[in-house]
Ligand binder design. Structure first.
Ligand SMILES: [Zn+2]
Length: 250
């Protein structure tokens, strides 16, 4: 007999829950409270591009997390020795803009996989894009909020084995360019001449002719004093990416 009694009681309980739920959205006052407590309704949309900068939204990066410690790591001590010095000027600038970024040590990351959260992993590879003299930077994203997670950098090994010669400023700028890709920054290029195409070097320039370090295929200051430093539009992009954190994304 107990078995038979248990079933109608359980059913009654389910029915009570259902009718109770229906009643809470019935009253106008409850509805008003429900709407007011929705935080998404008051959030601004993330800004994803500007004059001479863009975010890699194609890789789902819409912001840089100002609370995240980002750390550059290297596949070996030799790679750290060769690649880290070129990053230091930009690193200090990024810190002063509010990006928590530092130089770390050696770690192993499985080929084709994202590094641990916050890490930007530097490697050396022969022609990672299949083109002589080209390096590659790839961002990963935080799937919970589409902020920069960290990423992977593949510096063309030709720069350091003597088979491809870059000017000194180019050698500095390329490392920063790829590191910023791994942080989710895209190219500075846009269709400035209105011919329907986004072309190589189609980037804004300072009165001295300096293009953003994120200009494609290359950009940045060409002087000893300023090589490896961010240009104005790069800074604007970074500041906006930080301010985007917590804003609405598609
Ligand atoms: Zn690039």
């Amino acid at each position: 007999m107990r078995k038979w009694l248990a079933t109608p009681l359980a059913l009654a309980g389910l029915l009570l829950v259902a009718s109770g739920t229906a009643r809470t959205v019935d009253s106008a006052q409850d509805l008003h409270e429900a709407v007011a407590s929705q935080p998404a309704a008051v959030t601004e949309a993330a800004v994803t591009s500007g004059n001479g900068w863009s975010l890699l939204t194609s890789y789902n990066v819409y912001s840089i997390n100002p609370n995240q410690q980002y750390t550059v790591t290297f596949e070996s001590g030799a790679v750290a020795e060769r690649q880290a010095p070129y990053l230091l000027r930009a690193l200090h600038e990024l810190n002063s803009l509010g990006v928590k970024l530092s130089i770390g040590g050696v770690e192993t990351v499985e080929e084709g996989k994202c590094p641990p959260r916050g890490h930007i992993h530097f490697t050396e590879r022969y022609r990672p894009l299949g083109k002589a003299g080209f390096s590659q930077g790839i961002p990963c994203h935080d799937t919970t909020n589409k902020s920069a997670w960290g990423g992977i950098v593949k510096i063309d090994s030709e720069y350091d084995d003597g088979s491809w010669t870059l000017p000194s400023y180019g050698r500095w700028n390329v490392n920063v360019h790829e590191m910023l890709h791994a942080l989710g920054m895209g190219h500075a290029n846009s269709d400035r001449d209105g011919d329907g195409k986004v072309e190589d070097f189609e980037c804004p320039a300072t009165s001295y002719g300096n293009t953003p370090i994120m200009c494609s295929p290359n950009g940045g200051y060409k002087t000893e004093a300023n090589k490896g430093r961010l240009v104005g539009p790069d800074e604007e992009g970074i500041k906006t990416a930080l301010a985007n954190f917590g804003k609405e994304t598609p």
